[in-house]
Design a binder for this molecule. Structure first.
Ligand code: CP3
Length: 650
């Protein structure tokens, strides 16, 4: 299906080198660039992979056949075809086509329309160009045949990265959303052409870079980062004319802090090359005259960055090796107590912030540098795993996180989707990679997740709770359902944390923030086996910090569940806690975060007391007993960290 080769333009590329990151249409594009007088450099940057065990899609099929779906939005042609083909491995195609034909079907552009036609599925609404989420929503709003979305269930065939803006707009109109991930992008098997193209950009041999899809830039940056070349690549790219096929791709480039110099009048490959060739000369002149100003805070990679981190005080303490001072970092060190955070947060909703890898990297690095902590923690949230389970997640200013979807019976628990992080949480992994490349090579990066109990409590209660009545009710009345829920969460957490490890975190922390509402017996019976399963499932060699609050009465059990370091809160004295845990594992803690809101001298006194309790034993990581509070003065945080360093020096 090659696109027609456009007519040669008057000006043309005049021998300029043009990097093409397109994969499927690589050859046609290269021919087209050559016909306009350019020298194409093909660097295919992705391949589309049908999911072998596409649980999200099969869960959609169940709902579809049960008549529980009202609207289907088909985002891409390839995706629509994959969806039907994948489902046809389990269900009869004719039956699927009948069920799909009963829905209001929205096609984002001509490609999904073509596929739907092939199967004889009527298209209710065709979305006009440039086919972004805005046009989809507008088409729905305007179409007189479409009923109100209020109370209807809308399935979205997703392409690669979920489109949060679309999802939010549909939810605002009262729709329930079913996300149907049907394929994911992977790096091509052979990344050498990408590596060569990156090198040629760095060497100043390239004048144009063409992006034809939103995922390409992520892959290109990833490959550059893996070679330790992200910084020079980004710098050199500023001297290259960056052309994007359309708004969605431009958005992705902007999110990665890559400026876009050119977009065609229509989001198609033909116009892209045609129109670009026509303006080539002018664009190159503009580019060399006025280079873009903003640079991403990337760092030069050390020759042996991992080795540098291996010798950091934080990772040494995780291994219980002696250090010249006690390392310190703070839970919630990236948060509202920092003006830099509030400034960004004023313009970007929290959940979106977590999904924007450029901002995640920026915030994570900013915080660790500002307060001079000895480790960075990825800016993210423990609750991100609930969306992939098929539940709704919102952060409200008044009542904190709100999780929607009932999880009270064993049938409802069975219906929760397995967490498949490679599809649904890959943005976290991308953020880890970007953060790692932006962070000083000697500073370790901590990844994290909630522990099974704390996550289950959020899911069951629908948000934050004081008494955990519903959580305990399920535990006591239907222990089988409880176990099924915790086992499902735990399986997902193993995949999620191992994904973070693979992406480059140096340690992981499990937050069991609310487990202290239980006593030792219940902890042993209802929590320990699940947390243990998570920790046992993690990639060996990466330290695990196992944190909980209110755990003074079952520290031994917590330790039995696992972890190289046990995190404790301020409700117990650190020396007693360590004694109870045993000195064969390390300890993290445990200054009361409220102390930071008090006088400076009191902070220093209490830091001193905790250090005395740790008695210089290897394996102590200084931290708060819980997260930094929003009202904390930043200078108190900075002073406290200096106190820890100074008072522990040996
Ligand atoms: O530690 C860090 O700096 C990394 C980022 C991080 C956040 N949440 C950012 C966040 C981490 C590690 C978390 C973990 C987390 N999230 C926990 C475990 C730690 C703990 O405090 O017990 C829990 C229970 C959550 C769930 C959560 N997220 C709640 C209850 C809330 C609302 C209350 C609050 O503190 O704002 C959030 C939102 C949240 N997570 C914010 C931040 C910076 C504030 C969001 C905002 O700006 O409005």
């Amino acid at each position: 299906m090659n696109e027609p080769i456009p007519q040669a333009a008057t000006t043309g590329f005049q021998g300029a080198r043009v990097v093409l990151f397109e994969s499927r249409m690589a050859e046609a594009m290269a021919r087209s660039v050559a016909s306009h007088g350019g020298e194409p450099i093909s660097a295919p940057s992705l391949q589309e992979i049908p999911l072998d065990r596409n649980r999200g899609a099969f869960a959609f099929a169940e709902k579809l056949l049960a008549g529980e779906i009202d609207v289907l939005i088909c985002m891409t042609g390839v995706g629509t075809r994959f969806l039907i083909e994948t489902l046809s491995t389990r269900h009869e195609t004719a039956q699927l086509v009948r069920a799909l034909s009963r829905l209001t079907v929205i096609a984002r552009g001509p490609k999904p329309i073509r596929v739907l036609k092939e199967y004889g599925i009527p298209v209710t609404i065709s979305v006009p160009e440039p086919n972004t989420w805005q046009e989809i929503v507008q088409a729905l709003d305007e179409d007189s045949r479409s009923l109100s979305l209020d109370g209807r269930t809308v399935a979205i065939q997703e392409y690669g990265v979920p489109n949060d803006q679309l999802i939010r707009a549909l939810k605002e109109r009262g729709a329930a959303i079913v996300q149907v991930p049907v394929y994911r992008w992977a790096l091509p098997d052979d990344t050498r052409p990408m590596q060569q193209a990156i090198q040629r950009v760095i060497d100043g041999q390239v004048q144009f870079a063409l992006f034809t899809n939103a995922v390409q830039i992520l892959h290109v940056i990833r490959v550059a980062a893996e070679q330790g070349l992200e910084r020079p690549f980004r710098k050199s790219l500023k001297r290259v004319v960056v052309a994007s096929i359309g708004p969605t791709t431009s958005d992705a480039l902007a999110q990665c802090d890559v400026g876009v110099d050119f977009e065609p009048t229509r989001p198609k490959m033909g116009p892209l090359i045609d129109e670009l060739a026509r303006r080539a000369e002018v664009l190159v002149k503009e580019k060399t005259a006025a280079p873009a100003a903003r640079t991403f805070p990337s760092r030069p990679d050390g020759s042996e960055p991992r080795a540098l981190r291996h010798q950091s005080t934080f990772l040494k303490a995780c291994r219980r090796e002696p250090t010249s001072f006690t390392p310190v970092w703070l839970m919630r060190q990236v948060g509202r107590y920092l003006k830099e955070y509030r400034d960004i947060r004023n313009t970007v909703p929290f959940l979106e912030l977590c999904k924007r890898q450029d901002l995640v990297a920026e915030l994570t690095v900013m915080a660790v540098e500002k307060i001079k902590a000895d480790a960075a923690i990825l800016f993210s949230d423990i609750l991100l795993v609930v969306e992939p389970m098929g539940l709704g997640l919102e952060y409200r200013a008044e009542d904190g996180p709100v999780i929607s979807g009932r999880v009270a019976s064993s049938a409802e628990i069975d219906r929760l989707a397995e967490i498949a992080p490679d599809e649904s949480l890959s943005f976290v992994f991308d953020a880890v990679r970007l953060t790692r490349s932006a962070l000083h090579p000697a500073i370790p990066l901590i990844g994290f997740s909630g522990a099974p109990f704390t996550l289950a409590s959020y899911i069951i209660e629908g948000g934050t709770s004081k008494s955990f009545v519903e959580t305990k009710r399920l535990m006591y009345t239907d222990p089988g359902a409880w176990r099924a829920l915790l086992a499902k969460i735990s399986r997902g957490l193993v995949r999620y944390l191992n994904g973070q490890i693979e992406a480059g975190v140096d340690a992981v922390q499990l937050f069991d923030s609310w487990v202290g509402c239980l006593g030792p017996r219940d902890y042993r019976e209802f929590v320990l086996p699940h947390t243990q399963a998570v920790i046992r499932g993690l990639t060996p060699g990466i330290p695990v910090i196992h944190f909980g609050t209110g755990t003074g009465t079952f520290l031994k059990e917590m330790r039995e569940a696992g972890g190289d370091i046990i995190g404790v809160d301020f409700r117990i004295e650190l020396d007693r806690a360590w004694q109870a845990i045993g000195y064969e594992v390390g300890i993290q803690g445990n200054l009361d975060p409220v102390v930071l809101c008090g006088p400076r001298q009191e902070i220093r006194t209490r830091v001193q007391r905790i250090l005395e309790q740790a008695a210089g034993r290897p394996g102590h990581i200084f931290n708060l007993g819980h997260g930094v509070l929003p009202s904390t003065p930043v200078d108190h945080v900075i002073a406290m960290i200096e106190d820890v360093h100074e008072l522990s020096r040996r």
